[in-house]
Design a protein around this ligand. Sequence first.
Ligand code: SF4
Length: 726
Amino acid sequence: GSSPHSVVVKTTCPYCGTGCGVDVRVSGTTVEVSGDPVHPTNAGRLCVKGSALGDTVGPQGRLLYPAIRRQDGDQSMERVSWDAALDHVAQGFRRIIEAHGPDAVAWYVSGQLLTEDYYVANKLAKGFVGTANIDTNSRLCMSSAVAGHKRAFGEDIVPVAYDDLELADLVVLVGSNTAWCHPILFQRIVKEKERRPEMKLVVIDPRRTATTEMADLHLPLRPGTDVWLFNGLLSFLHQHGVVDTAFVEDHTTGLARAMAIADNTAGDLRSVAAQCKLQESALSEFYRLFARTDKVITAFSMGVNQSSAGTDKVNAIINCHLLSGRIGKPGAGPFSITGQPNAMGGREVGGLSNMLAAHMDIENAQHRSLVREFWQSPTMADKPGLKAVDLFDAIDEGRVKAVWIMATNPVVSMPDADKIKRALSRCELVVVSDVMAQTDTTAFAHVVLPAQGWGEKSGTVTNSERCISRLRSFLPPIGEARPDWWALSEVARRWGHAEHFAYTAEHEVFDEHCRLTAAGNRESGVGDRDSGGEGIPRFLNLSGLVGMDKDAYDGLRPVRWPVLAIPDSRLPIPEVFSDGRFYTPDRRARFVPTAPHMPVKLVDEDYPLVLNTGRVRDHWHTMTRTGLSPRLASHVAEPFVDLHPQDALLCGVREDQLARISSRWGSCVARVRLSGEMQRKSVFVPIHWNAQFASDGRVGSLVNPVVDPVSGEPEFKHTPVRVEPF
Ligand code: SF4
């Protein structure tokens, strides 16, 4: 039990994009966590990862001090002062920028950063170094959803909230093992389904999972065929007159072309069923269910995004909602479920290399001049920077010579991960900000900077439903850990930009971010004065949060954007797009024609199986934190490869044996599992294991680095592999 004297600190879980509120009680050396009963996301619940947060806050394995690698002798890391480390970083980056130009340096950041850290990193790179070479591990996660939203809506807007899931009569989950990857969100769906058994759940996933167990209908489609499936649905809806004609005429454009492609590629049920390897009766049941239900939410996650056709998959889904007018209404809409705790916050501040800040575009001159003026930027990037895969290729080829990696472990998480090792070993200056001392990536660092961990750092994150939530500190920083925004600002100061990076606390950064979302924003009624002209309509708008002092920021309750006025919990949040106005130049939504194609690399004789990757229930990303908790580690103790029993037989491997899984790019070792969850010809390996927990368990080394041509998101769900006895 908790001590009667302990104080409750309200904060937010740092794991998945559900974004649960956490109550923390600290007494002595124990940290007790429980679900925040008044947080709108989780109302007191936590999943097993969130419940184990207290196990992961100790000093074990932490990076305590800045250090620089010795250039002579054993090349070991030598402890230095923050001043010396930051001088080294500032001088090293400056030397390379002066000799080779701003695009010779880069940042690779993370959906684990807080919005404030992200904002400062993006401002420094794009506005003050003049390079857009700042990309993020969100590229591996959500960038197809971002690109799909921008193509359809004109802005990266998620038009659904969690409450809508409880209002829906049909929830379609696509490419998402929600039960394991967003457990509290899934519990909300299941609870509502128990309350209203007539509510239907359809799950579209090649695998049988804990999520499909709860489904009324599971469509185990052939991997990579989602666009056929949703083109088929579009065609079916059109054929059966499930068209909101007034909405389509008044608020959309592009239907004819999208419809022609859908009809040509997926116009009849039988051919779609054959292409997707589904039973015609099951496919027809899904289409009919969708057609007759007004309140439909199609929620999608990595199975959709992580694909060489990821952006088209997103738009194929959105097309169906536009045609049927099932958007902008309670309980209806397409819903991207984000993976990381702050994938959304990073997008808000422009953390992707092809974005600017506050949902503005780097390629739009009007947007650039607005941001340049706001930042008083001396040298503004004016073209998109390199996306993650291209960025590491550029490092490998010596075009990018310095990189600052923050809060992510690309040597484990990137596709073709052995190439990332080679690239970093060739890079002139690798700076890594992290909470952990020994990661697969810090092994390649020339400078390491200790970051604050969960419980120490303070700031904001935004979850999948656009809810901004505070992370509050309740522990003193371990060692000399400092906020990432501070380290970035200190480097900016060394480059002569002190007055533009004069932040003394997080709330000052947050306030600047809020002011930028309001600046020149025609929707706010505030920005018009700033821009002196018409303004730019943007949905992301935090004008209601401008001007918060430290106390107001510390007391900030979870709030969903846009926030046009001081949040008032008595007022309902308006449904997004309920007025039928989108954020394209003509304010109409776009149907996007989606011509289907199969994944770029197909199976052949040498690599006859399709590798699918994903999470397990109790681990997070590359396990640097969840690996510290014995109770989390006990759920799945080591890397596994899940196969269909017949494929196991053909590969000559037996259950519980070790097997080597190889692709054209690399290999890893994992224990064979025959769970009965896999369809023929496909295997599943979890993404988590790093070298510390399994020396040969990095599945990233196998994953093919093919990316979606629009979003740049890699094809994590489809790599041809073979499996052999180890
Ligand atoms: Fe944390 Fe996600 Fe679990 Fe909520 S569902 S407690 S945010 S890991």
